[in-house]
Design a protein around this ligand. Structure first.
Ligand code: ADP
Ligand code: MG
Length: 574
């Protein structure tokens, strides 16, 4: 805050905008209306970028993507009542993903409360379940105190969501500048070091393992622990399995990445080290039959409540993943320990990688229309710049995309995440592209969407045009949710109305020309049914730098994942 005239009268709007600025907030995403329009203008006037979105949930997803990419919360600004309620899904998503976020909502003036005020709602109470901190500053002078606290809660310990409520009368309240309680910016979170004895014991356990496995999660990505982890892996040659958003911390192209043998690696490993990853549904809770009953787990995490969550662990290393990895590496170097590449463990994994790749290759090679997922995703992977940020959602599109779309850099994949949220894609893409424009010019954002997932927030295409964001949206279209519907399926369904199936719940319209949304902005999209058409479309879209593109790829409605050893979400003896 500037040290101007202490007797100057300023209002809550300006105090809040200045407090956000002084806390290092760079982006605010939102939808404005009464009573936050003046606030959004004040936010722009202090030099924060305001991005107006078309759906509050998308704005909230955008804000939290900034939090994940920068470790500083993005802000989501919304109106009262319905505005706040629409972002609750986004708050929950940030909280479950452990991403920093600050939601700010206007609310009805306090003297209208309890008598049916406009969009009146118990907003602090409603948010509390989805947040680490939810409050309403009691006075304009105290706004910076609460902003500081919200930013601190969002980023310290395990990151998460926070909420601040601003009744209209608080935003317009006038106070003297000198009376405002000014707060310095929240320092970067203190680094938590693990107990050295536990590190030594955990290292000893790893060095005694016959089949060790490293699982790298999005906590390691968030912690920016890529250098430490790459050094460790390069030195000890331990097989690495990334979680979906842990991809790229160690490159998917690394010789030590065993994603192609995931099921085998999980089921045979005797010692597993979790680097910023949780043993939740995504990792089948660490339980048989997906894991050995006697598997020894070592988890590195900054949240001690997470330890021993689904099974008892061998060692819980309570500390920042970066420093803990360094300490482990020191132990391994001191003992000159590494996993020999000639071990039967490595042999087994490499053989499995090879045979699984062969199966996938058969799908990839089949370029006959109607196309399958693997051919389409492989084509996208080949042609997009290797440093692109990939946003991906949709059931099969995302699951198969996780194996086909490779990441060589950390924090370059944003997907449905721990909460399995569909509808995040376009909001994430807007945030990622804004961030690239300011901090990594030239880097592209490729948004690979299922047709159902795209529908959740398709109108954000207008946001992308308004801000001239060259996001490439590729819709992998099977006319439905999960498995799709073809023209013939439709016709036979329509012919048997007595079955009561005229509109199956998982069906979407057949051959929808989503690319025609480009026509709203006098541009042309791409409709692709073959690989050459897809290649052309992506190339043309890559040449565009000042607006988004939509590529609508029709695939075989009955295209599916390759045969899986375990059916989805099953395989844990609960
Ligand atoms: P994934 O989906 O990749 O498994 P999760 O979100 O489930 O990732 O788990 C990430 C874990 O990383 C969380 O338990 C979180 O507490 C932890 N985490 C976040 N930042 C750090 C850090 N700096 N050091 C260690 N652990 C961290
Ligand atoms: Mg679909």
């Amino acid at each position: 805050m500037q040290a101007e005239d202490a007797s100057e009268e300023i209002d809550g709007n300006l105090i809040l905008a200045e407090a956000l600025k002084s806390q290092g907030i760079e982006y605010v995403f939102g939808i404005v209306g009464i009573p936050v329009i003046e606030l959004s203008v004040a936010i722009q006037q202090v030099g924060i970028k305001y991005i107006g979105m078309r759906n509050e949930q998308a704005a909230c997803y955008a804000a939290q993507a900034v939090g994940y990419l920068t470790k500083r919360p993005g802000v989501c600004l919304v109106v009262s009542g319905p505005g706040l309620l629409h972002v609750i899904g986004g708050m929950a998503n940030a909280q479950v993903n452990c991403w920093p976020l600050l939601v700010i909502a206007g609310s009805a003036p306090e003297d209208h409360e309890g008598i049916g005020g406009f969009q009146e709602y118990p907003q602090v109470e409603a948010s509390r379940l989805y947040c680490k901190y939810a409050a309403r500053p009691p006075n304009a002078k105290l706004i910076p105190t609460h902003v500081e606290k919200a930013v601190r809660f969002a980023t310290y310990g395990r990151p998460g969501a926070t909420f601040l409520d601003f009744p209209a009368n608080l935003l317009t309240q006038q106070v003297k500048r000198g009376e405002v309680l000014v707060y310095p910016p929240v320092p970067t979170p203190p680094i938590c070091y693990p107990d050295p004895k536990s590190v030594k014991r955990a290292a000893a356990l790893i060095m005694n393992a016959k089949k060790p496995l490293a699982i790298v999660g999005k906590g390691a990505a968030y912690a920016h622990a890529e250098k430490e982890l790459r050094d460790l892996i390069d030195f000890v040659h331990i097989p690495v399995l990334p979680t979906p958003m842990g991809k790229g911390v160690v490159s998917d192209m690394s010789d030590y990445c065993v994603s192609s043998a995931r099921t085998l690696a999980l089921s045979e490993a005797d010692v597993i080290i979790l680097f910023g990853a949780r043993l939740n549904w995504m990792l089948h809770f660490g339980r048989p039959p997906r894991f050995r009953p006697d598997v020894k787990i070592i988890q590195i995490d900054i949240c001690p409540e997470e330890f021993h969550n689904s099974i008892p662990y061998a060692y819980a290393l309570y500390g920042d993943v970066g420093v803990t990895v360094k300490l482990l590496t020191t132990e391994f170097i001191r003992n000159s320990w590494k996993v020999t590449l000639l071990s039967s463990w490595w042999h087994q994994l490499l053989e499995k990688c090879k045979s699984n790749r062969k199966t996938v290759d058969n799908y990839i090679k089949d370029e006959n229309p109607p196309l399958n997922y693997y051919t389409v995703l492989n084509c996208i992977n080949r042609i997009i710049p290797k440093d692109s940020i990939i946003v991906s959602e949709g059931a099969n599109t995302m699951d198969i995309g996780r194996t086909m779309l490779l990441n060589s850099l950390p924090r370059h994949r944003l997907d449905a995440g721990t909460f399995g949220t569909m509808g995040v894609g376009l909001g994430y893409a807007v945030a990622a592209c804004m961030w690239c424009r300011d901090h990594a010019p030239g880097k592209r954002v490729i948004c690979v969407e299922g047709d159902s997932a795209f529908g959740f927030s398709g109108m954000e295409i207008e946001t992308m045009f308004r801000y001239k964001l060259p996001i490439i949206i590729i819709i992998v279209n099977n006319n439905g949710i999960y498995g799709g519907f073809g023209k013939n399926d439709w016709e036979s369904i329509q012919e048997s109305p007595e079955l009561g199936l005229a509109n199956p719940p998982t069906a979407l319209s057949v051959n929808t020309h989503y690319e025609n949304m480009m026509g709203l902005f006098n541009k042309k999209g791409f409709f692709c049914q073959t690989i050459p058409q897809l290649l052309d479309a992506v190339n043309l879209a890559l040449a565009v730098e000042d607006h988004p593109s939509i590529i609508n790829v029709m695939i075989n409605p009955s295209a599916d994942r390759k045969q899986q050893a375990f059916s989805w979400l099953t395989g844990s003896k609960l």
